[in-house]
Unconditional design. Structure first.
Lengths: 160, 88
């Protein structure tokens, strides 16, 4: 079981690294798109468009900082309160596998939400930051629910 | 496992960056030409405000282009240094 856990976690870790790299690339594309918008709007004399682009640029930087600094800290704090094993035997091993997988999937889901938000900003759409935050909240809430469910399942199915 | 996909994404992103940078230069040059035309026209018939607006516009364009080509790579380096390891 531990071999399967480590295999799945290594898969998720590689996905995290690839997603973080793609996030950075798209963040820079979104930033230069907004700078292009600033320059063209200032040539046209469209003041409102300039300020929209400047605020979008600031929001892209804030989004990047949140994704790279905020999400790992949130994940560490939630995972530290997550029960790794609620029982013994196969149920305990399953609990360990489930908690590790839930943590990895929730972290990936939060980063994916940020990536979707940044991708939409890079192609000129609205940055949908609110949707990304809602998805992050759902992931955290799911982890909290699972942290209650794993010990309960261990208690009913396989306590020592 | 994801290296091949990542390479493809990075190739597309590099192409898009080069395209955007080229487009920014073209827009800035066109804008600069427009402001120079505006400035010379203003200077020709004595419209000092028009000329000064054109000069300020050229300076603003230069600042925007410098911001794009100097500040954005620094921001990218900063974000790259913050790029987190998997927290699980």
């Amino acid at each position: 079981m531990s071999g399967i856990t480590s295999l799945l976690l290594s898969f998720l870790r590689e996905a995290w690294i690839a997603l973080a790299g793609a996030f950075l690339a798209f963040a820079m594309l979104a930033a230069i798109a907004q700078v292009l918008r600033v320059s063209s709007a200032s040539v046209l004399g469209a003041n409102l468009w300039v300020w929209q682009a400047v605020s979008a640029l600031v929001s892209i930087i804030v989004l990047g900082l949140f994704a790279f600094l905020g999400i790992p800290e949130i994940m560490r704090s939630v995972q530290s309160s997550f029960p790794t094993a609620g029982g013994c035997g196969p149920i305990g091993e399953l609990g360990t596998l489930a908690s590790a997988l839930i943590g990895g999937l929730a972290a990936l889901r939060m980063l994916k939400a940020m990536f979707a938000s940044m991708f939409s900003a890079s192609i000129g759409g609205s940055s949908t930051f609110a949707n990304a935050l809602i998805e992050c909240g759902e992931a955290i809430f799911g982890m909290i629910l699972a942290s209650a469910a794993v010990p309960l399942a261990a208690y009913f199915l396989g306590t020592c | 496992m994801f290296d091949a996909i990542m390479e493809q994404i990075l190739v597309i992103a590099r192409d898009a960056w080069a395209f955007m940078a080229g487009l920014l230069i073209v827009v800035a040059l066109l804008g600069g030409l427009y402001y120079i035309l505006q400035g010379t026209a203003g200077a020709a018939f004595g419209a000092s405000r028009m000329t000064s607006t054109a000069i300020i516009g050229v300076i603003g364009l230069v600042i925007v282009v410098l911001f794009a080509f100097l500040f954005l790579p620094q921001i990218a380096e900063m974000l790259k240094s913050f790029q987190p390891k998997p927290p699980f």
